[in-house]
Write a protein that binds this ligand. Structure first.
Ligand code: ADP
Ligand code: ADP
Length: 233
């Protein structure tokens, strides 16, 4: 796991009659072990930045390096490989496969690489146990609560030992008690050295991070550490 470095990141969408500049020269670094909350008003470029970080789309200009790999120089196939092998995704809507069990869902990113053996199953069981689902291994998503489904998604995001876990409004569908439980898992992962990049519009969620990056009009507005005394526990 290596540092992520973003330099002058620019993304333009060309529509019929105009060019939309969604990101206009954003720069910041995410060192290994950091915990960053990305905030900003609607239309400020958060989704666009997330798509770049998630290797779903390439910048128009500037660079985004995951360790030594500059994604702006990659082919679409290389991007797909990085995406499935080196990035952990956690979504607001969990994105689990209903026909698969907890353990099988956690193994999904490994299927893409043709890794289906007992070693992989064992790793999935260990991750399920770590997120508190050791007694739910064979359950299907519809037999789980929202919080439990999000735990499955978090375990799945870790199965490839990713550069970072990219979480997009991960508690957006959860009540406040379940939100606390899920955020406690992120806290624990971060304490163990995992890098976490989380997009949220909720202040109390962002205050769990070590640092808040705010976008405005496609630019970096502020990039500030969260004071230890302000960090929500
Ligand atoms: P946020 O996630 O902060 O709401 P977005 O990244 O979705 O912001 O959008 C930033 C700007 O880019 C907005 O003006 C939006 O309309 C525009 N935009 C986003 N995606 C596209 C797209 N696929 N095509 C054209 N314009 C887009
Ligand atoms: P494609 O089939 O177009 O190459 P992917 O299969 O890589 O797309 O991704 C499909 C969806 O799954 C995307 O929304 C992507 O963000 C998500 N995704 C990709 N890789 C993973 C992963 N390792 N874990 C969870 N979700 C992923």
């Amino acid at each position: 796991r290596l540092a992520t470095s973003i330099r002058d990141l620019t993304k333009e969408y060309v529509l019929k009659s105009e060019t939309v500049r969604a990101l206009r020269g954003v720069s910041f670094d995410v060192p290994e072990g950091d915990y960053v909350a990305i905030m900003g008003p609607s239309g400020s470029g958060k989704s666009t930045l997330l798509n770049m970080l998630g290797c779903l789309d390439k910048p128009t200009a500037g660079s985004l390096c995951l360790g030594d790999d500059d994604i702006s120089k990659m082919t679409d196939d290389q991007l797909a490989d990085i995406r499935s092998q080196r990035i952990g995704f956690v979504f607001q809507s969990y994105n689990l496969i209903q026909q698969l069990s907890v353990v099988e869902n956690i193994q999904v990113p490994l299927y893409y690489q043709g890794k289906l053996g007992p070693k992989e199953r064992q790793r999935a069981i260990e991750l399920a146990t770590r997120v508190g689902l050791g007694d739910r291994l064979d359950h299907r998503p519809n037999q789980l609560s929202g919080g439990q489904q999000q735990r499955v998604a978090i375990a799945r995001s870790l199965v490839n030992d990713p550069f970072f876990v990219l979480a997009d409004e991960p508690t957006g569908n959860l009540d406040s008690i379940t939100t606390d439980e899920i955020l406690a898992i992120f806290d624990q992962l971060n304490e163990e050295g995992r890098t976490i990049i989380l997009v949220t519009h909720e202040d109390d969620v962002a205050l769990r991070a070590k640092r808040i990056v705010r976008l405005k009009d496609g630019m970096l507005h502020t990039d500030e550490p969260v004071a230890e005394s302000d960090r929500e526990a």
